[in-house]
Ligand binder design. Structure first.
Ligand code: GYE
Length: 339
């Protein structure tokens, strides 16, 4: 199958090369792939590099698809735009790569380009965030996280912390909710879990809900504005949909000297569990971090090797993930982690 596609790729490359010689341009799309090589070529489309988490995911993928193992990985950064990701995927199709791995910025809008990949006979593996498509056969497999389950872990922490034994009820809560990139599965699942909990608990209120785009800068702005409009004494929980956002919210609290974390009214919860955020959890600034594991390269390698061997692969593979508080963290543990 690979050979067939490579031959097709080479024919396409020759046609493109001729047309480029005619118009006097070099052809960077095809020159990324060595002709007549036995390498298995993987096109890897990332939405961007908005967080330490994503950089760790990129590194994890680069670490497994190595030349020593017979792979060539072509990495493209979507610069936080779906349009750019779609253009990158089209370039992979034109290049005749053997597999395409996509971390989709949002869930919808992929049907056309996935149909094009399918028509070209290129298996697509969706990674990290998921897609919603009209036909599941448009991709071969999904490897990533169950974001609603992650959100539910954060909610369990909040419920445990605010359960009033004597009254047999939960404390009244005012929650500031800083969301991730809207319409990404990470945002949708984590938001869904919180909104469901707020519906179930009459005395829990989301007093602010804004999109921080998974970045520290936007979350800091949101928190800064919130602190101008809302009396900080009335805030109980800041639910941040990733570590960067928690760091941004904390920066805004620090700027005007508002106390939070251990022994204070305001509780910050977060997702990802990158090393710098875990340090903040260990020192009491972030109370709970639900892990989202970016070390997905080995899972992807496993899927690709199974496909290489002509084996069936699972449609969905969820990554194993934990939940951290000060109680199950130590300096040694944090140091032993890769991200
Ligand atoms: O939580 C965040 C990132 O899609 C799971 O994207 C990922 C999220 C992650 O940039 O930090």
């Amino acid at each position: 199958m690979f050979r067939y596609r490579k031959v097709l790729g080479s024919i396409l490359a020759i046609i493109l090369a001729i047309s480029c010689v005619c118009c006097g341009k070099s052809n960077s799309a095809t020159s990324e792939i060595e002709e007549n090589s036995d390498q298995i070529v993987i096109g890897f489309s990332q939405p961007g590099a908005e967080s330490a988490w994503r950089v760790a995911l990129t590194d994890s993928v680069k670490e497994v698809f190595t030349e020593a193992r017979g792979y060539k990985l072509i990495y493209k950064d979507g610069q936080s735009k779906q349009d750019k990701q779609i253009r990158d995927i089209r370039t992979f199709i034109q290049q005749g790569v053997d597999y395409i791995i996509i971390c989709p910025i949002v869930e919808t809008g992929w049907d056309t380009v996935l149909s094009e990949a399918k028509q070209a006979g290129i298996p697509v593996i969706i990674c990290d965030r998921n897609v919603v498509v009209s036909n599941e056969s448009l991709y071969t497999a999904f490897v990533g996280s169950d974001f609603q389950a992650e959100g539910e872990k954060a909610i369990s922490y909040i419920e445990d912390k605010y359960y009033l034994e004597e009254e047999g009820t939960y404390k009244d809560l005012n929650i500031v909710h800083i969301q991730g990139t809207l319409d990404s599965s990470a945002q949708l699942g984590r938001t869904e879990a919180l909104e469901k909990a707020v519906e179930e608990h009459d005395n829990w209120n989301i007093i602010v809900q804004e999109c921080g785009d998974f970045t520290k800068a936007k979350a800091r702005e949101i928190m800064k504005k919130t602190l101008e409009e809302v009396d900080p004494k009335t805030i109980d929980v800041i639910y941040c949909e990733n570590d960067e956002e928690a760091m941004g919210a904390i920066a805004a609290l620090n700027e005007i000297g508002i106390h939070y974390g251990d022994g204070n009214q305001i509780t910050v919860v977060s997702f990802d569990a990158t090393n710098s955020a875990l340090e903040m959890c260990l020192n009491g600034q972030i109370s709970c971090i639900v892990e989202c594991n970016p070390l997905q390269g080995p899972y992807l390698l496993n899927i690709v090797e199974m496909l290489n061997a002509g084996k069936m692969v699972p449609k969905i593979t969820y990554i194993e993930e934990n939940c951290y508080t000060k109680d199950n963290l130590s300096e040694d543990f944090i140091k032993s982690r890769k991200y």
